[in-house]
Design a binder for this molecule. Structure first.
Ligand SMILES: Cc1ncc(C[n+]2csc(CCOP(=O)(O)OP(=O)(O)O)c2C)c(N)n1
Ligand SMILES: [Mg+2]
Length: 586
């Protein structure tokens, strides 16, 4: 919409932010509007940056996070002051724990009114600062552009993570309007306090706009990759050469430089060491690489005599380090010194980018020793035995759909270019054993924060960053509740994601243990809700599946609809299974 009087707009602070974003090559901003940030959104739009507006600020930050993980470049979200910012906290924390470079731009009350009871004015620093690498507080117009380029560099450097830029609204509108606004606020009174206020506000405006009249183009700052030294590399190489049963566990941090993920994959394939992939590294080696194991990781870790944890801390997922045998040589390659040493001190700490470390190892290692073949075969054999068990469990027939059989079907039907977003409990854990991500960066899950509700935002980020991909959300019926309103965003923006909801009418991952230990299913029971009808209300396509023989036709129809540009939700009625019996994460 043009301004009602059609007068050209004076240059304003929003233009400075947008100029910096454009210089950085930002393709897209995820947002939910608010008066505090309007100038940024309209200036960014005018520079050809896509503005994707959503229904909850948390979605905007999840989307920026997913986009960052898939492109290796910071994802950008902009939200309004106060509640706009407080709504993002879960996603900010999630991005921080996942070490994902997100730049969040937040509005704020006018500088002169902060702390005086202005609309949505709260002290935002204590709310946000614990979850970001830096809280950048701005008081001068001329700092807007440099703050954006600084935030980009910071978000990606060292251990990547979110950075917050607080932009008070009076920095964002044009100087004449703001000066007029301050003049009106100061009034025309002649008393001493009136004159003092006028003087104070005049000086305040001078400071705000000081130095803003020279216009220097934004300077993009280079990002340096932290590299492990040659000492740890030589030691790790020697340890590998001595090993009889080496094992790699490769996690998200090995692929933070997304553009180089394929080079990391090639290196891992050349190294010839059996490997388990986790987090964003799932899919690194493609669908069915002979070195990649999917099952019985705990046993493999207990037997291995040399373990490289590449971008993986010894947290709950490795039972705090207890899964690795004491006598094994433990090598930790990690950008974070804290993560490299978490719960267990490694014998060799290679502090630097884990992906680059793998590449350096592959370059330095001669061909893999022939004696490793037996070890690889042992692990392969176990993996295949587990696959046979899964096939047997998948064959069991019940009243509705068997989740294992469902994922076997999805594995066969989803395109070779599929990206899977995982959001849920048991249903998603089953998916993670049965689905084979197609290649590097084709699997997204929340990470160590274990956050339900990431699905819609992650899918939005994935679909905008990778418009050539088929984006699937694997949703628990509980988890899908957070994101259903975003089908409105998918429809408005023509984003054809396909959601499959495992409808077991409950928060099953919790119910399983709660009922067993406390004999009470309180708060874990849901209804067989018609989620497919809910999304139809937003204009998306909804399909219901209650029987196994409906699964393949429904998946094919869903792909067809998505290809024609529609967002789709397939609501799949599930049987209860014993597949996840006994698993509990604390
Ligand atoms: C934001 C958030 N709230 C609560 C939880 C606790 N939680 C973990 S798994 C789970 C159940 C998930 O249910 P659903 O999505 O239906 O998947 P299911 O286990 O039934 O397959 C819950 C509530 C969480 N991880 N995150
Ligand atoms: Mg459920």
């Amino acid at each position: 919409m043009n301004p009602p009087d059609n007068k050209p707009l004076a240059r304003h602070g929003g233009d400075r932010v947008a100029d910096a974003l454009a210089a950085l090559g930002v393709p897209c901003i995820f947002t939910l509007c608010g008066g505090h940030i309007s100038p940024i959104l309209s200036a960014a739009k005018a520079r050809g940056i896509r503005i994707v507006d959503v229904r909850d600020e948390v979605t905007a930050v999840f989307a920026a996070d997913a986009s960052a993980r898939l492109t290796g470049r910071p994802g950008v979200a902009a939200v309004t002051a106060g509640p706009g910012i407080s709504n993002t906290i879960t996603a900010l924390k999630n991005a921080q724990l996942a070490q994902s470079p997100v730049v969040l731009i937040g509005g704020a009350a006018p500088t002169a009114l902060q702390g005086r009871g202005a609309l949505q004015d709260i002290d935002q620093r204590p709310l946000v600062a614990p979850h970001v690498k830096r809280f950048i507080k701005l008081r001068r117009v001329r700092d807007l552009g440099p703050a954006v380029t600084e935030a980009f560099e910071l978000a990606q450097s060292g251990v990547p993570g979110p950075v917050f830029i607080e932009c008070p609204v009076d920095l964002l509108y044009d100087e004449a309007s703001i000066r007029q606004w301050y003049a009106d606020a100061a009034g025309k009174g002649t008393s001493l306090p009136d004159r003092a206020l006028r003087w104070y506000l005049g000086r305040h405006a001078e400071r705000m706009f000081a130095g803003s009249h020279e216009h220097a183009p934004p300077v993009v700052r280079p990002v340096t990759t932290p590299l492990a030294g040659s000492g740890p590399l030589a030691k790790a190489l020697a340890a590998l050469q001595r090993a009889e049963r080496p094992l790699f566990v490769i996690g998200s941090q090995a692929v933070v430089m997304a553009a180089e993920a394929q080079a990391v994959a090639d290196a891992v394939a050349r190294l010839g060491v059996p490997v388990y992939l986790s987090g964003m590294a799932r899919g690194l080696l493609g669908r069915d690489h002979p070195l990649q194991m999917r099952h019985q990781r705990r046993n493999a870790l207990r037997e291995a005599d040399c373990v490289l944890l590449a971008g993986v801390p010894c947290d709950f997922r490795l039972d705090y380090g207890k899964h690795v045998r004491r006598s094994a040589t433990l090598i930790a390659a990690n950008r974070s010194a804290k993560d490299a040493r978490l719960n267990r001190r490694p014998d060799i700490a290679a502090l630097g980018d884990a992906g680059q470390f793998l590449r350096a190892l592959a370059q330095a290692q001669p061909t893999p020793p022939a004696r490793w073949a037996g070890w690889v075969d042992t692990l392969r054999g176990r993996d295949q035995a587990r696959e046979t068990e899964i096939d047997e469990q998948a064959a069991a027939r019940g009243e509705f759909v068997n989740p294992l059989a469902f994922f076997r079907a999805l594995e066969a039907e989803a395109g070779d270019n599929a990206v899977f977003v995982a959001d849920g409990g048991d249903f998603v854990a089953t998916a993670s054993y049965v689905l084979h991500p197609r290649g590097p960066l084709t699997w997204l899950d929340p990470g160590a924060f274990g956050t339900l509700g990431v699905g819609a935002g992650f899918a939005l980020g994935a679909a905008t960053a990778r418009p050539d991909r088929e984006v699937w959300i694997v949703f628990g019926d509980g988890a899908c509740g957070w994101g259903l309103a975003e089908f409105d965003s998918f429809v408005r923006h023509g984003i054809p994601v396909i959601a499959v909801v495992g409808n077991d009418a409950g928060w099953t991952q919790i119910a399983r243990e709660q009922v067993k230990m406390l004999h009470d299913d309180v708060a874990t029971v849901l209804a067989r809700t018609a989620y497919h009808e809910v999304v139809a209300g937003f204009g998306a396509a909804g399909i219901e599946v209650r029987q196994m023989d409906q699964v393949v036709p429904a998946l094919r129809q869903a792909r067809e609809l998505a290809r024609s540009g529609r967002a789709v939700l397939v609501n799949v009625w599930l049987d209860k299974t014993e597949f996840r019996e006994g698993s509990l994460s604390m």
